[in-house]
Ligand binder design. Structure first.
Ligand code: FAD
Length: 452
């Protein structure tokens, strides 16, 4: 059910019915041997839920867990700000996931013993000139048609909420229910929670092939590298060896570290084939590239590059609310996301450049200019970090969730701009699908079969 945390009244035409949660058969769960390909928020989130339910789970991550798009993201939980009338099912999925966030945060912080920086100040979408105001009005009309909880503000009213905003701001929409989480904390917490529940994490271990026999997925072949190692809850993984919250102490995006391994483990990286009852493909934009699946039924995901940077906020130039701009005449809209540790995240470009991850002068220029127009005080702030990430975009930019024509192969990818928002609903619903065999109505519209 979509709750009030997201909207005042989402008309019944957009509501799906959630079937009552079935208690998993304990014997069945304990004997479920699950392999997950990909250690981003999606793979880790599903793995954590399955391990909690008693399944035997092994997750293969070819690099270090959580260091791809899930690390690069801004962490906005913003179904309202991204609402489009033509995507009601996606909006419903986003609202459903947002509503589950408080419980998700509580459980994850308890299992991982660390904060994940969940904040509820809301989002301001601002316009800077009359044309922007028209575009804002268009968005506001859509939000109202969808019954969403959005409030129209004058420029003066917006500045009363966020004094750092430029005097040029002409109007704004306040989306009080759009929240944020510190995604880097979340991907630090997830491997801890997953392993604390008995999940096996194999980092620096690439899945090179999904083994399919007579239409049934039977296992995976993993690459052998000297760095391939598996960790269980009893031993620290590289992710656990880092301090919990301080982002600045963690290595930059894309950097890997040598795994420490000391375990017995249910996965032996020396042998090639690892068998499983269920295989979950959650490899982000690489999900379409792993051999073994017939070409005709590969999930159609592509990388969409985003450039970002972080500034250090200082006394007198502190932003409290997530700020997003709409620009009618200039192509780049930006967002500014304040973190509890004083960082101000500015993003993001959206570029169809394949797997290119280079930063460009133009990208940085556009982001800084857009941020400076909305919040002039950023001009004075030191730059802490710049980075890029690759969003996994499907052909219709909605996620791909659930069964595939290959028996025992489940897909969970294509989360595009909303993977952090959609992590709880994906993790709860995909684990439920595996434990009960029944897809819930909330994820039913997002199956791979819509592309086949
Ligand atoms: C710049 C930017 C800003 C964003 N901002 C937001 C935001 O504000 N809010 C929001 O909700 N979402 C945001 N997103 C989107 C979000 O980050 C993604 O949708 C989400 O992280 C996808 O998670 P994932 O686990 O599917 O993919 P990833 O995090 O990319 O993880 C996939 C993993 O699979 C691994 N892998 C790939 N191939 C193999 C293989 N063969 N064997 C083993 N492992 C493999 C990779 O190494 C990787 O670690 C943003 C994304 C970007 C890039």
């Amino acid at each position: 059910m979509v709750t009030d945390s997201c909207r005042r009244d989402l008309g019944s035409r957009h509501l799906g019915r959630t079937s009552p949660r079935q208690a998993p058969d304990k014997f069945m769960v304990e004997n479920r041997n699950v392999i997950i390909i990909g250690g981003g928020v999606i793979g880790l989130g599903i793995g954590w839920q399955l391990a909690k339910a008693g399944a035997s789970v092994t997750l293969y991550e070819r690099d270090r867990a959580g260091r791809a798009a899930s690390w690069a993201a801004a962490g906005m939980l913003a179904p309202l700000a991204e609402a489009h009338t033509e995507e009601p099912e996606l909006l419903k999925l986003g609202c459903h996931s947002l509503a589950r966030y408080p419980q998700w945060v509580k459980e994850l912080e308890a299992d991982a013993q660390m904060s994940i920086g969940y904040r509820t100040e809301g989002t301001l979408i601002v316009g800077l000139e009359p044309d922007d105001t028209h575009q804002l009005q268009h968005l506001y009309t859509s939000q109202k048609q969808l019954g969403l909880d959005a409030e129209w503000l004058t420029g003066r009213e917006a500045r009363a909420i966020e004094p750092a905003l430029s005097p040029r701001v002409t109007a704004a929409i306040r989306c009080a229910a759009d929240h944020q989480v510190d995604n880097r904390c979340m991907v630090t917490a997830l491997p801890r929670a997953y392993q604390a529940r008995g999940g096996v994490l194999c980092e620096n271990t690439s899945v090179e092939r999904i083994e399919v026999n007579n239409g049934v997925a039977t296992g995976v072949s993993v690459g052998e590298t000297p760095r391939s190692r598996c960790n269980t809850g009893g031993e620290p993984s590289p992710s656990q060896l880092h301090p919990p919250v301080g982002e600045s102490q963690l290595p930059p995006v894309g950097e890997t570290s040598r795994s420490r391994c000391n375990t017995q483990s249910r996965c032996n990286t020396q042998s090639q084939l690892h068998e499983a009852d269920v295989i979950i493909l959650a490899a982000g934009p690489w999900s379409s590239q792993i051999p073994g699946i017939p070409d005709a039924i590969r999930p159609p995901v592509r990388p969409v590059k985003g450039q970002m940077l972080a500034l250090q906020m200082e006394a007198g130039i502190a932003v409290e609310t997530v700020i997003r701009t709409v620009r009618a005449r200039y192509p780049t809209s930006v967002y500014l996301v304040p973190r509890t540790d004083g960082r101000l995240i500015i993003g993001a470009t959206s570029e169809e450049m394949g797997f290119d991850t280079r930063l460009t002068a133009g990208g940085m220029f556009e982001l800084l200019r857009g941020a400076w127009e909305a919040v002039p005080g950023v001009y004075e702030l030191p730059i802490l970090e710049t980075w890029t990430g690759l969003r996994p975009g499907s052909r219709d930019n909605a996620p791909i969730l659930g069964h595939t024509p290959i028996e025992n192969l489940i897909v969970a990818t294509g989360h595009y701009r909303n993977g952090i928002l959609l992590t709880p609903v994906t993790a709860y619903e995909i684990s439920k699908l595996i434990l009960t065999g029944e897809p819930s109505p909330i994820i039913a519209p997002f199956q791979l079969k819509r592309f086949l």
